[in-house]
Design a protein around this ligand. Structure first.
Ligand SMILES: Nc1ncnc2c1ncn2[C@@H]1O[C@H](COP(=O)(O)OP(=O)(O)O)[C@@H](O)[C@H]1O
Ligand SMILES: [Mg+2]
Length: 228
C-alpha cells in the first residue's frame, strides 16, 4: 500500500534517513521504534511531504507521492498527528477537526459524516467539540490531534509518539481509540512511532526499528525468545 524505495533524507546537509526500503500493507499497524534523534519524526514528515527527499521513491497505492505537496497527500487519504499536537488555540475543537477537510475542499455534508464517524472512534471528543482548543489538557489535545488525523486519514494514519507524556488513564483511552480505529477502518494502514517500546504493550503491531537513520524489521518476540 505504502512503499518506500531507497529513501534518503538529509537535514541541513546531514544524512538523517539512509536508504529506507519497506512495503507497508493496508489493514496493518506498524510501530517504528527508535531512540530520540533516530529520525522518527523526519520519517513521518517525509511521508507527509514536509521534508524533501535526497533520493529514492515513495508511492501510495501505486501512485508516486514525490511530486504531491502535503495537502494533496491529505486528499489521497493520509492523516498525520504530529508529536507537538499543533491545534489552533483560537479555534474550537470542531473547527480544528474540520480544518484539514476544508483545506482540501471537501463538501460540508461529507465533513459532517466524517465527524460522526470519528466520534465513534474517539467518543471523548463529543463533549469537547464546542470548546476552545486552548482549553484542552495536553492529553485531551493528543486525542483531538488523533481525531483530526482521522478526518482525512482514510488510507494511512501516522501518529508521532502518541503515548509520550500521557497519564495512564489517558494512555488507556488512547490505546482503546486505536483499537476502535482498526475495527472500524479495517483497510487502514497505521504507523505509530515510539521511543519507549513498553508504551506499545497495548497495541497489536508489527515492529520496525529505526536506528541511526536505518530501518529494519524487528525480530518477532518468538525469535527473540529462541535466541536466548
Ligand atoms: N530542523 C532541524 N534542523 C537540524 N537538525 C534536525 C532538525 N530536525 C531534526 N534534526 C536532526 O535530525 C535527526 C533526527 O531527528 P528526528 O527525526 O526529530 O528524530 P526523532 O523523532 O526520532 O527523535 C536528529 O539528529 C536531529 O538532531
Ligand atoms: Mg520525534
Amino acid at each position: 500500500m505504502l512503499t518506500l524505495n531507497n529513501v534518503s533524507v538529509d537535514i541541513a546537509g546531514i544524512p538523517v534517513l539512509r536508504s529506507l526500503t519497506v512495503a507497508l500493507k493496508s489493514g496493518a499497524t506498524y510501530a517504528v521504534l527508535g531512540r530520540n534523534g533516530a529520525g522518527k519524526t523526519t520519517l513521518l514528515r517525509t511521508l507527509m511531504g514536509f521534508t524533501a527527499l535526497r533520493s529514492g521513491e515513495i508511492a501510495l497505492a501505486g501512485q508516486d507521492l514525490r511530486s504531491q505537496p502535503p495537502y494533496a497527500r491529505a486528499a489521497l487519504g493520509v492523516g498525520y498527528a504530529p508529536e507537538e499536537r499543533v491545534l489552533f488555540p483560537t479555534m474550537t475543537v470542531l473547527e480544528n477537526l474540520r480544518l484539514p477537510c476544508e483545506a482540501i475542499g471537501m463538501a460540508d455534508a461529507e465533513i459532517a459524516t466524517r465527524v460522526a464517524e470519528v466520534l465513534k472512534i474517539v467518543p471523548q471528543m463529543g463533549d469537547m467539540l464546542a470548546r476552545s482548543a486552548a482549553a484542552l489538557s495536553g492529553g485531551q489535545g493528543k486525542m483531538a490531534a488523533l481525531a483530526r488525523a482521522l478526518m482525512v486519514g482514510t488510507r494511512l494514519v501516522m501518529v508521532d509518539e502518541p503515548f509520550q507524556g500521557l497519564a495512564p488513564a489517558l494512555a488507556r483511552q488512547y490505546a482503546e481509540a486505536l483499537s476502535r480505529m482498526v475495527e472500524l477502518r479495517p483497510e487502514l494502514c497505521m504507523v505509530i512511532t515510539e521511543s519507549n517500546r513498553a508504551l506499545l504493550d497495548r497495541v497489536r503491531c508489527t515492529t520496525l526499528t529505526l536506528e541511526r537513520g536505518e530501518l529494519s524489521v524487528a525480530p518477532a518476540a518468538a525469535d527473540l525468545a529462541a535466541s536466548h
